[in-house]
Ligand binder design. Structure first.
Ligand SMILES: [Zn+2]
Length: 356
């Protein structure tokens, strides 16, 4: 009895140690959405700017409203936030405050998925929208030490008109921070190949291809993303484990999967954390990165996702540092930036091990 209690205590101190390690670990995040990152604190600020919208401006009431119940509620919260983003100043505030939340988690670099179509189609002029995110990006880097880059994504449910508009903004107005082109929204009934011409245009100006695929549909959608959209990384890709040939292809060609464990449970792409295919992906030699997707709306953050990955993969501090290095490696940060961040991770790990 005493012995089992001891071993239980040992486990507890071990995991709280790892939690502290994760909290300070310099990290890169590659799959996280702009509007989906609005925390109750940020929404309260936006609501105070627009009292006529009828969204409570009290962070505590909002925190309760944000509590994830089911996917339908998530959509409701998401749309409430969208309705609060009415002018360029809202966009700037949202973007900068997201970076502040990232800085608190030791996130040094993030590729934020932005959907310009949502704002532009709601009446914010494209130029003002781009100026707002770029202004926030520069301030975040200077004042918070968080380097932001953009993925502009097509909201698949909005059809080809949104694809055209997103490709136009990306290729004709290309803001400095833009590195990649994505595709989100539902997968069922929204075949990937129809977006090929838009991806072709984005890739032609040097953007990288990072569509969502294989989250709510099978491995064939991932194949489509690879062949039609020339995907360099796959958003989610949870169904890849159903196709051994695909796993082999991803491993051989070093095409990473951007895994978001809590999101997968929330959207029911995966039944439970115990059944999450993360370990299977790693065992097959596929490069994985850990991400938070729409963190406050799924009641998570990147540090929590790293904790979950540690549990699913049985990782210790060096294992977690390796996971953080993966994200740096397959990011679209420039070579010097990658080297700096890698070194920061290594120094942090070495310091941690010295004090153990
Ligand atoms: Zn996503």
């Amino acid at each position: 009895m005493i012995r089992s209690l001891k071993s239980w205590r040992h486990l507890l101190s071990d995991s709280s140690d790892l939690t502290a390690f994760i909290a300070g670990l310099p990290k890169a995040e590659l799959h996280v959405h702009h509007v989906g990152s609005a925390s109750p604190r940020i929404v309260a600020e936006l609501a105070a700017r627009h009292p006529e919208a009828g969204v409570p401006a009290d962070p505590e009431a909002l925190a309760e409203y944000f509590t994830f119940t089911d996917f339908a509620h998530f959509i409701k919260v998401y749309l409430a936030v969208v309705s609060l983003i009415r002018d360029a100043e809202d966009v700037r505030l949202l973007t900068y405050e997201i970076a502040r939340d990232m800085a608190r988690q030791s996130i040094r670099y993030a590729e934020l998925t932005v959907t310009p179509y949502s704002s532009v189609s709601r009446g914010i002029p494209d130029g003002a929208f781009l100026e707002a995110i770029e202004d926030a990006r520069r301030s975040a880097e200077r004042e918070l030490g968080v380097v932001l880059r953009w993925t502009f994504d097509i909201p698949g449910e909005a059809g080809l008109e949104s694809a055209e508009e997103t490709a136009r903004i990306a290729t004709e107005m290309t803001p400095e921070g833009l590195v990649s082109f994505g595709l989100g929204g539902p997968e069922i009934g929204v075949p990937r190949p129809q977006f090929k011409p838009y991806f072709d245009r984005a890739l032609a100006i040097g953007l990288h291809s990072v569509p969502h695929a294989g989250e709510t549909t099978g491995p064939e959608t991932i194949w489509d993303a690879l062949t039609s959209l020339r995907a360099e990384r796959i958003g989610h890709g949870t169904s890849a484990v159903r196709d051994p040939r695909l796993l082999e292809h991803l491993a051989e060609n070093r095409i990473p999967l951007e895994v978001c464990p809590t999101s997968n449970i929330a959207t029911r792409a995966v039944e439970s954390l115990e059944n999450h295919p993360l370990a299977e992906m790693v065992k097959a030699g596929v490069l994985v990165t850990i991400n938070s997707d729409d963190p406050p709306m799924f009641g998570t953050d990147l540090n929590t996702e790293y904790g979950i990955a540690a549990r699913l993969l049985g990782l210790d501090a060096p294992g977690l540092a390796a996971l953080a290095r993966n994200a740096v490696e397959v990011s679209f940060l420039d070579t010097a930036g990658k080297a700096r961040l890698r070194e920061e991770i290594d120094t942090y790990l070495a310091g941690w091990q010295r004090h153990k």
